[in-house]
Design a protein around this ligand. Structure first.
Ligand code: PGA
Length: 247
């Protein structure tokens, strides 16, 4: 399983970050899960550059610009140089801060050009009875991949993160049945966008209130490849038991 720990802006001091990195290294030695840490940008290089462990690092976002005279931006290439190998793109919290589908597509292209593996986040704000949320998710995936070559498309990891399930507790997360349906749906959409039979090989993650209490049931869903974890990834006991539940 791929476990992506999205620290968001929860971790603001280096000591806490150090403890979480050390814990993740211990956890990844014991299990066959691949842990990917997405710390706030200033911490990433501190850990990723000297990293010799199995743990990998991800940007939480990348600049939509190619660099240059853009104060405050951190480009995909910068993250690569700092030791990242993944980049989260299109997280709903970045979309809420102004990233349109077009911006997400641009960021995706920058991440791929810098040789980072992009984790494209998609997901509806709410569920309706007419299935409009399905069309919404399809559109998010299709517009993000539209300008990419078939080869590039195959490198994109899709994280299905319904907004209604983010930042709550296990009871508010998606049910295993609904998750199974959504993962199949995402793969169906990908099968129309990826060459040949590659949709079955694409990695599809789920994110939204994954906690130790629900992770095992969610992981039983055939064909989900891992999880994007927010608040439970910055609480040491919670993260430890979550990863152990997956082992
Ligand atoms: P959460 O966040 O686990 O706190 O719901 C997930 C995410 O936003 O990636």
């Amino acid at each position: 399983m791929l476990v992506v720990a999205n620290w968001k802006a929860y971790v603001e001091n280096l000591e806490k970050a150090e403890r979480l990195v050390a814990l993740s290294k211990r956890l990844s030695r014991a299990a066959d899960n691949l842990i990917v840490l997405a710390p706030p940008a200033p911490f990433l290089g501190t850990f990723a550059l000297k990293n010799k462990s199995k743990v990998a690092f991800s940007a939480q976002d990348v600049s939509k610009t190619p660099g240059g005279a853009v104060t405050g931006e951190a480009t995909a290439q910068t993250y690569l140089s700092a030791g990242a190998s993944y980049a989260i793109v299109g997280h709903s919290e970045r979309r809420a801060a102004g990233d349109t589908d077009a911006v997400v597509a641009e960021k995706l292209a920058h991440a791929l050009a810098a040789d980072l593996t992009p984790i494209l986040c998609v997901g509806e704000r709410e569920r309706d009875h007419d299935g409009r949320y399905l069309a919404f998710v399809r559109e998010e995936i299709a517009t993000a991949l539209a300008a990419l070559t078939p080869k590039e498309r195959m490198r994109v990891i899709v994280a299905y993160e319904p907004l209604w399930a983010i930042g709550k507790t296990a009871e508010s997360a998606i049910s295993p049945d609904d998750l199974a349906e959504m993962v199949l749906y995402v793969r169906k959409v990908l099968s129309e966008l990826l060459p040949g039979k590659n949709a079955s090989r694409a990695l599809v993650l789920y994110g939204g209130s994954v906690e130790p209490e629900n992770v095992r049931d969610l992981a039983r869903v055939a064909s989900v490849d891992g999880f994007l974890i927010g608040h439970a990834s910055v609480d040491e006991p919670m993260f430890a038991s979550l990863v152990k539940e997956l082992s």
